[in-house]
Design a protein around this ligand. Structure first.
Ligand SMILES: NC(=O)C1=CN([C@@H]2O[C@H](COP(=O)(O)OP(=O)(O)OC[C@H]3O[C@@H](n4cnc5c(N)ncnc54)[C@H](OP(=O)(O)O)[C@@H]3O)[C@@H](O)[C@H]2O)C=CC1
Ligand SMILES: C[C@H]1O[C@H](OP(=O)(O)OP(=O)(O)OC[C@H]2O[C@@H](n3cnc4c(=O)[nH]c(N)nc43)[C@H](O)[C@@H]2O)[C@@H](O)[C@@H](O)C1=O
Length: 323
């Protein structure tokens, strides 16, 4: 049953919408979705054009553009190795970016705002599937605790603005995402783009073996970024509550199963080995998506289909591998 916090309150398609991070995996998908849904006035700035860590530049940008709606999809983002190796960057950059954007949005009267966090905000050993109210009930996974603390601060700042100023700002917590415009860099990416690249390189070089990180036993839930973008617009159009909303499929697989699916999608027929000197991270983080599903949204893109289209996108767009 739909919660009372959901109601049809669609955003005016002629509003000025600022998508922070519009060239990233999530921001670019949200931009495509907004365009497809008839939004006529989208605003974006690349990192080079506007460093969101530069507070005065952010305020100047809001002063001149006066967005009505903000989607905060800009962040320092990376996979398990990047998070584990550069915790200072992940906490400091993310706190600065989100405080600057949220403060400027408050100052310049932004009415509707969506903040994006991540399911790593939940305790490492949370009861599965993880409900939204598990937030702040236990210790975090150490490989990404710095990033998670920044994201938790963002959720709390959005809730504080709601409480102190009454603005209907909201937060969404996506599970692990994948799709076009992802980061396919071997050391800093998330697992799916890393595996697509590794298996494709092995296929192209006739390598007999691929070596992946960790034990392969952790469980992860994956959502195609176009489904994520649809969920974001659905939430902006319908949701008005203080609690962050989980966004995912409600189904997970082991990393070993994921590796098999990627090898199949790429067409690699060799062997897979596991390097257990690399971190596994949290053992499982399946989220409870009943809040979102109960509101009438559901994912459209199955994992096999999403993997195939992402492999095709990678082959078309990440040309560095072609010799
Ligand atoms: N990818 C995933 O699996 C998941 C992502 N999320 C969340 O979704 C959001 C978007 O992530 P995603 O799209 O994957 O990340 P990406 O790295 O693909 O995109 C992030 C974007 O933010 C920009 N950016 C980062 N720092 C700054 C800055 N200081 N000033 C201006 N722009 C900046 C980046 O530009 P540049 O690259 O030039 O620095 C990039 O375009 C994040 O909040 C993330 O936490 C949540 C769960 C899972
Ligand atoms: C979205 C989420 O993403 C991060 O958390 P994570 O889910 O642990 O991230 P991951 O995608 O990097 O790894 C998932 C699993 O996969 C295994 N694994 C195998 N082989 C490779 C590999 O080659 N690369 C990577 N990255 N992982 C690999 C890896 O060992 C791990 O067991 C957070 O830091 C934080 O950013 C966050 O919120």
């Amino acid at each position: 049953m739909r919660s009372a916090l959901f109601a049809d309150r669609p955003i005016d398609r002629h509003s000025t919408v600022y998508v922070a991070g519009h060239r990233g995996l999530v921001g670019s998908a949200i931009w495509r979705r907004l365009r497809g849904e008839g939004f006529t006035d989208l605003v974006g700035r690349s990192h080079d054009e506007l460093d969101l860590k530069d507070r005065s530049a952010v305020f100047e940008f809001f002063r001149s553009e006066r967005p009505d709606v903000v989607v905060l999809a800009a962040a320092k983002v990376g996979g398990i190795m990047a998070n584990n190796t550069y915790p200072v960057d992940f906490i400091s950059d993310n706190l600065q970016v989100q405080v600057n954007v949220l403060d400027a949005a408050l100052e310049y009267g932004v009415e509707r705002l969506l903040f994006l966090g991540s399911t790593c905000i939940y305790p490492k050993l949370a009861e599965q599937p993880i409900r939204e109210d598990a937030l702040l009930t236990g210790l975090l996974e150490p490989t990404n605790d710095a990033y998670a603390i920044a994201k938790i601060a963002g959720i709390l700042q959005v809730q504080a603005v709601r409480r102190q100023y009454g603005r209907p700002w909201i937060s969404a917590m996506p599970t692990n995402l994948y799709g076009p415009e992802d980061n396919f860099s071997p050391m800093t990416s998330h697992v799916l783009p890393a595996l697509i690249r590794r298996y494709e390189e092995a296929r192209l070089t006739d390598s007999p073996t691929v070596v992946n990180w960790g034990s392969g036993t952790p469980m992860r839930e994956f959502l195609h970024v176009d489904d994520m973008a649809a969920a974001c617009l659905h939430l902006l159009d319908t949701y008005d509550g203080p609690q962050q909303v989980n966004v995912g499929t409600g189904k997970d697989q082991s990393i070993k199963e994921i590796a098999c699916l990627v090898a199949e999608a790429v067409g690699f027929h060799g062997a897979t080995e596991w390097d257990t000197s690399k971190p596994d991270g949290t053992p499982r983080k399946l989220i409870d998506v009943s809040t979102l599903i109960g509101s009438g949204w559901e994912p459209q893109i199955g994992l096999r289909e999403g993997l195939e289209s992402t492999v095709a996108w990678f082959r078309e767009n990440v040309t560095a591998l072609r010799t």
